[in-house]
Design a protein around this ligand. Sequence first.
Ligand SMILES: Cc1cc2nc3c(=O)[nH]c(=O)nc-3n(C[C@H](O)[C@H](O)[C@H](O)COP(=O)(O)OP(=O)(O)OC[C@H]3O[C@@H](n4cnc5c(N)ncnc54)[C@H](O)[C@@H]3O)c2cc1C
Length: 376
Amino acid sequence: MDLDIDAESAAFRDEVREWLATHVPTLPSMDTAEGFAAHRKWEATLADARLSVVSWPREYGGRDASLLQWVLFEEEYYAAGAPGRVSQNGIFMLGPTLFAHGTAEQRARILPAMARGEQVWAQAWSEPEAGSDIAALRSSAVRTEGGWLLSGQKTWSSRAAFADRAFGLFRTDPAEQRHRGLTYFMFDLRAEGVTVRPIPQLDGEPGFAEIFLDNVFVPDADVIGEPGQGWRVAMTTANNERGLSLRSPGRFLSAADRLVDLWRTQGQAAAARDRVADAWIGARAYQLYTFGTVSRLAEGGELGPESSVNKLFWSHLDVGLHETALDILGPDAETDQAWVDGYLFSLAGPIYGGTDQIQRNTIAERLLGLPREARR
Ligand SMILES: Cc1cc2nc3c(=O)[nH]c(=O)nc-3n(C[C@H](O)[C@H](O)[C@H](O)COP(=O)(O)OP(=O)(O)OC[C@H]3O[C@@H](n4cnc5c(N)ncnc54)[C@H](O)[C@@H]3O)c2cc1C
């Protein structure tokens, strides 16, 4: 591929850089009610500048920017130290799913509010007995007039304590097994029959929630794809979570730059030099790999099981990078909250979006063609 940035993309990048230089706020943690509200407001500020979903069509609040331009936007966003995206589950996972499988009515109704942070979405996939093996889920939906009644329990739903709506899979055909007979629903977290119970994290903040559903009515208009075809729809969401959208190279390029600065200012310990270089090279390699993915998609390709390679790579890059930072800081690490928080969150990378072992199974079976693991 051609690695030169075209003039239009370079001008776009400059515009983003200039805008961020004068607008980036410092916000409290989005895992608190106050911080969540502040992050929601930031989404509206981004949307006013048409910077919240740059690669989406204009009619939904975007700019029709190319995927390459989106990657450049992300680099600038992280380099500027801009706030985490409270809308990430919506704009990076449900949004692409609606573009692939939603109806025109669903896109028109849901995407503009998502782009402005007016509706913040939670992912309601995991259940107490179904994490890695999501096809083992037990939550169900039964037909009723004009829609469905949802029942069951979801857990580990990030930001569901404060979010407005959620998306998840429910079994609609009890006669079918595992991946068959599942349907993909969107539902209101404040609907009658929904109980959201926050789960405090190690730091005491309610970053997760359990969601209990008891005969919650969902209209047919909030089913994505055909009833019974939920697994296929869910794979689009999962590929975006693992593949391109959720963790763009900008995040790791900016962290690697901060690591190099840290090493320079902390005595340039010879023992850490190779690890710092490895982290920087890893971030740059991920950037180049992403340019390759973007080119493939621009030529009509699709995100497939390759996204598992992506996820495995960035999650380990992130852990190694933060471990190196803490080793450089030594005893001072305790007082450097940003690196400590980053380190603790990096440890979750090999778990959420499918654990390392699950990514390796996918790579083995679907990319390398090795025999399938025995299922119980
Ligand atoms: C920070 C964070 C945010 C999250 N956010 C959300 C969210 O917003 N929405 C949501 O729905 N979920 C969310 N999750 C949950 C996450 O998706 C699950 O934790 C994950 O899928 C693993 O499921 P589990 O915890 O049930 O572990 P289990 O599936 O019980 O796995 C336990 C261990 O067994 C291993 N294992 C399981 N099956 C296999 C196998 N077939 N082969 C080899 N090894 C195997 C796993 O790799 C793991 O090491 C989040 C998790 C974290 C940490």
